[in-house]
Design a protein around this ligand. Structure first.
Ligand code: DON
Length: 573
């Protein structure tokens, strides 16, 4: 049964799931019922707020803060819960970026992006004639980079208040006792059945004989056992011992190359964020090996000198200007961005006023620009990265984006350990000019090398206004991620929208190559007509991103919004 209740500002999309047993999740008096829950899209919270891709994960994060945890505790517990209740993207077999601003003002980024194994090399996905075999970078054991998420969770612990054993317990309960799946998840498991069976020789939790339906319970015993090893032994419970052995055994089944030594030597890295000002707001975002912070810096600075708010939301003038900024920034992504520990990314130049003014010097407001190269790649519409936005009562802001890359990553579950492995190796440029699954191309800057981290588009972002916390935002969406964050921020700053409108209005995306503008349904028909007349090629596509945003109002209340494109939900108090 589905119903929509409108309760003042709060819109509830309530789904009633079949009753099984009541489990007690998260602390004294704080019960979360994993078999009955609502998908709440918006909330106005006084103290603390979470927005994530799954209602149970958001509830876990909020409950942890209600129990005395801060935004970092919530970030750890919510990521772990997502690894169970949102297995398409939530993960312990993938990687991510956490960007934070502490209540006292310090900002930092934690990079726990996957890394290429020691036995990787730049031509590992080429056949003997030098042709790219992208199947290998996208499916099966060879597609995986060394997972970073568990290292990232432990690198976050110094900022948290509660013991790790408490933060991981809700995830263990959800894996062990199960939870009711949503309709979208049932469809996802049914749709992937054949490929799951192809990639896994042993039975896995996501495959059953009959069709999955909404309200069915998903139990993941092997994953629960892995989480318990992490609870008991810390990061070593993943990177060494039983879990590491199982992961390496899984590699050996399918020409995978991650070794025990690769796992043992993996570390999360601290990164200084990309920071810039835009119309009186201070924007903080993620630095390379993400391209996200640089891209939004470039795009927003390219449009800053134009009166965007006068042009009006989704008018041909504002959209065309924003597209041309996207085209130019994404061309730089392909050429200049990669892991800064392996390639000197010209951050200063790429973000300098003089350079950006030069980039826009050939901008013409009446006609479509042209991306000179011709290679065009197919664009993949998976939404399976996932973002969490969190603000706590003390004013800490945490923005985390984490991923397996594609939906269910490499589709390969580590036998005996119950978690999916990423297919993040495809985010490298497997061969110069050959598009990855998002159509992104690259070259030397993002070539494969042992230990190197593949270029990402993930863009966890924070905004300060008058030096005070204002917005936490981020999204999945492959190469569309920076576009979604850029448009979300322009919607808030230039068009004065609420968090909910800013993320849910129709979006458009241009990434230099292929030279087309992708548009969501419900995009303004008149603007479409005018863009076509100017010479733009338009391509209709499904939803772009699933953005989670929190906007802190002048009275301190947290206007919290979850994307309507998925099961995303808010929680808070
Ligand atoms: O790091 C990246 O840019 C990609 N692996 C993110 C993948 C993603 O967002 C999947 N959803 N479309």
């Amino acid at each position: 049964m589905k119903m929509i209740k409108i309760l003042g500002f709060v819109t509830l999309l309530a789904t009633s799931y079949q009753c099984l047993a009541q489990t007690s999740l998260v602390g004294p008096g704080k019960k979360i019922d994993p078999y009955h829950y609502e998908i709440t899209k918006n909330g106005l919270f006084r103290r603390a707020a979470v927005s994530s891709a799954h209602p149970l994960a958001s509830k876990v994060g909020a409950a942890i803060m209600e129990q005395g945890g801060n935004a970092f505790d919530a970030a750890i517990a919510t990521q772990l819960a997502l690894a169970v209740v949102y297995p398409g993207a939530g993960n312990i077999g993938g990687g991510g970026f956490l960007l934070a601003r502490m209540s006292k003002g310090e900002v930092f980024g934690l990079d726990y992006r996957e890394a290429a194994p020691a036995r990787a090399n730049r031509d590992m996905y080429l056949d003997k004639n030098g042709n790219a075999i992208t199947m290998l970078s996208q499916q099966g054991q060879l597609a995986s980079g060394i997972p970073g998420t568990v290292a990232g969770l432990f690198a976050t612990m110094p900022y948290a208040k509660l013991p790790f054993s408490v933060l991981i317990q809700p995830a263990i309960d959800l894996a062990e006792k199960g939870f009711a799946i949503t309709e979208k998840q049932a469809n996802g498991f049914n749709g992937e059945k054949a490929i799951f069976q192809k990639q896994n020789s042993q039975p896995i939790a996501f495959v059953k004989e009959t069709k999955w339906k909404v309200g069915d319970t998903l139990i993941q015993k092997e994953l629960a056992a892995t989480l318990k090893r992490i609870q008991k032994d810390g990061a070593k419970g993943f990177y060494e011992g039983e879990t590491a052995k199982l992961l390496v055994a899984e590699m050996q089944k399918g020409n995978g190359i991650i070794s025990l030594e690769d796992l043992k030597s993996y570390t999360a890295k601290l990164r200084n964020p990309i920071e810039f000002d835009y119309r009186g707001h201070h924007i903080v975002s993620f630095a390379p090996p993400s391209s996200g912070g640089l891209l939004i810096n470039q795009m927003m600075k390219m449009i800053e000198k134009y009166p965007v708010s006068e042009y009006k939301f989704q008018s041909v003038k504002s959209v065309q200007l924003m597209i041309e900024a996207e085209r130019r920034a994404y061309a730089d992504r392909a050429e200049h961005m990669g892991d800064p520990d392996f390639y000197k990314v010209p951050v200063k130049t790429l973000t300098s006023d003089a350079y950006l003014a030069k980039r826009m010097s050939d901008y013409s407001p009446d006609k479509a620009g042209v991306s000179t190269a011709i290679t065009a790649g197919a664009i993949h519409e998976s939404e399976e990265t996932t973002h969490i936005s969190i603000v706590d009562a003390a004013g800490n802001m945490v923005s985390v984006t984490t991923t397996l890359n594609d939906t269910y990553g490499s589709k390969t579950v580590v036998a005996g350990a119950g978690f999916l492995l990423n297919n993040e190796m495809d985010d490298f440029s497997v061969k110069p000019g050959v598009p990855n699954m998002y159509g992104a191309i690259g070259g030397e800057a993002n070539a494969i090398a042992p230990g190197k981290r593949m270029l990402s588009s993930m863009t966890p972002t924070l905004v300060l206004k008058n030096k005070k916390p204002y917005v936490v935002i981020g999204t999945p969406g492959g190469t569309t991620i920076p576009t979604s964050v850029y448009q979300g921020l322009v919607n808030i700053i230039d068009f004065n929208m609420s968090a909910s409108d800013a993320i849910n209005k129709p979006k458009f995306h241009h990434q230099w190559q292929p030279d087309v503008v992708m548009i969501e349904k419900d995009f303004d028909a008149n603007t479409k007509k005018q863009l076509l007349a100017m010479g733009y090629k338009l391509v209709d596509r499904g939803g772009i991103g699933r953005t989670e945003a929190i906007r802190i109002l002048s009275d301190g209340k947290k206007e919290t919004a979850a994307d309507i494109r998925g099961d995303d939900a808010v929680a808070g108090f």
